[in-house]
Design a protein around this ligand. Structure first.
Ligand code: PLP
Length: 406
């Protein structure tokens, strides 16, 4: 585990004033120390240049998003033309569904994974209703790849879109996106993904897998900051598809002629054509600080360390397997990312709160699941040891850790 960027992050302090064991990168990643300088550069340019900063800032704002393109493409296994940082996750899902969910009376169904993140469920149901269909008839859920293939074999002709999480937010299960995409395409459907829990966590090859579209947030593993700007992927083969309907705004207009302010929209080829408004440069600057670090570390090395850390977490928990909790995340590293979801006896909220008092930060989902994720950029084996020691104690309801051999 030689890869260690921990010193390049601000680590929050626990109640005793020392660094806490922060295992919550699946929810909100930590702040890279470099973020301040990246944002301050833009604040200085704004201070000195005002509106002129759009073209004369050190990194002209009009094209600031392009400073993130190459890193983002490498992160998700895409070509530069296929990615863009824009809007936020659910908004991007809507914008992409506006183009890629085109139901007809014969073919109107969307397939999602069971227990999909609520925002995704709300988004797909509202899209279905928006087109005049009924979610009770037009939304199908599947438990995983096998069930998806069976459903598409049986009823694929009524399905038009498969929209799944790359990793389920609750269970931490990673789906085989290449297989899902193949199955969707074989049935004549579009394959789209919500990569909130996958981007910056597992190895992605969106271009090679032939994924149609994807969207993700950048505040989890990508450490872009609370509510940070989202990102999207549209496969190159849709880059110049002029017949695709879309919800447009001036920032999706080709850059060369955008400021002629003409009445007709001409899309920038590729994912950038789905931009709507001019992006928040301060948010892009914060994200850029983190993306530059990801690029330096490399997803392959990060993933290797992540597999090791999460494997260690699992093996440490296994030693206390008789304590009445159960890991609900798959044991196969290929089928999960950094996160382990642990079903606990009683209230996960209470366990989480006891851990917080001991300087260990993770989170819970109702009613009884604790989510714990060692992020390879800043977590260490010691963080995991601290978590397990205090977790076992927290299960007992007491506050002093029961130290165990490691
Ligand atoms: C899987 C998943 N989808 C969607 C969202 C919603 O993201 P946003 O609020 O950025 O739209 C989240 C947020 O945590 C998520 O985990």
């Amino acid at each position: 585990m030689s890869l260690n960027y921990r010193d390049r992050f601000h680590i929050p302090k626990g109640p005793d004033g020392s660094d806490c064991a922060y295992l919550c990168g699946h929810s909100l990643g930590l702040q890279p120390k470099s973020v301040r300088a990246y944002i301050e550069q833009e604040l200085s340019d704004w201070e000195a240049l005002g509106v002129e900063g759009h073209f004369r800032a050190r990194h002209p704002w009009v094209q600031y998003n392009r400073l993130l393109t190459e890193q983002t493409a490498r992160l998700v296994g895409a070509k530069p033309i296929e990615v863009v940082a824009m809007n936020s996750l659910t908004v991007n899902l809507h914008l992409l569904m506006a183009s890629f969910y085109r139901p007809t009376p014969a073919r109107h169904r969307i397939v999602i994974e069971e227990h999909a993140f609520p925002s995704d469920q709300y988004a797909v149901k509202s899209q279905i209703r928006f087109h005049g269909y009924d979610p009770a008839k037009s939304l199908a859920t599947i438990s995983g790849e096998d069930e998806l293939e069976e459903l598409l074999d049986r009823e694929g002709e009524s399905v038009t879109l498969v929209l799944m999480g790359g990793i389920n937010y609750f269970s931490g299960r990673a789906f085989d996106l290449a297989r899902v995409t193949r199955a969707a395409h074989a049935a004549g459907c579009i394959a789209g993904f919500d990569l909130a829990h996958a981007a910056g966590n597992i190895t992605l090859k969106l271009h090679e897998w032939d994924v149609d579209f994807a969207a993700w947030c950048t505040y989890k593993y990508l450490n872009g900051g609370p509510g940070s700007i989202g990102a999207g992927f549209v496969h190159e083969r849709h880059a110049r598809e002029e017949t695709l309907p879309r919800l447009t705004g001036w920032w999706g207009h080709e850059l060369e002629t955008r400021f002629r302010m003409g009445p007709d929209f001409h899309a920038t080829p590729g994912a950038e054509g789905w931009q709507v408004s001019n992006p928040p440069v301060l948010a892009l600057a914060a994200l850029r600080a983190s993306m530059d670090m990801f690029d330096e570390a490399g997803m392959e090395r990060l993933r290797a360390k992540s597999v090791e850390l999460t494997g260690y977490l699992q093996s440490r928990l296994d030693r206390d397997a008789d304590r009445g909790f159960a890991i609900v995340t798959p044991r196969d590293p290929e089928r999960r990312g950094a996160q382990l979801s642990i079903r606990v006896p009683g209230s996960a909220h209470s366990v989480c709160e006891r851990l917080r008092q001991a300087g260990v930060i993770c989170d819970w989902r109702e009613p009884d699941v604790l989510r714990v994720a060692p992020a390879p950029l800043y977590n260490t084996a010691e963080d995991i040891d601290r978590f397990v020691d205090h977790f076992v104690t927290a299960l007992d309801g007491s506050n002093s850790p029961r130290m165990r051999s490691r």
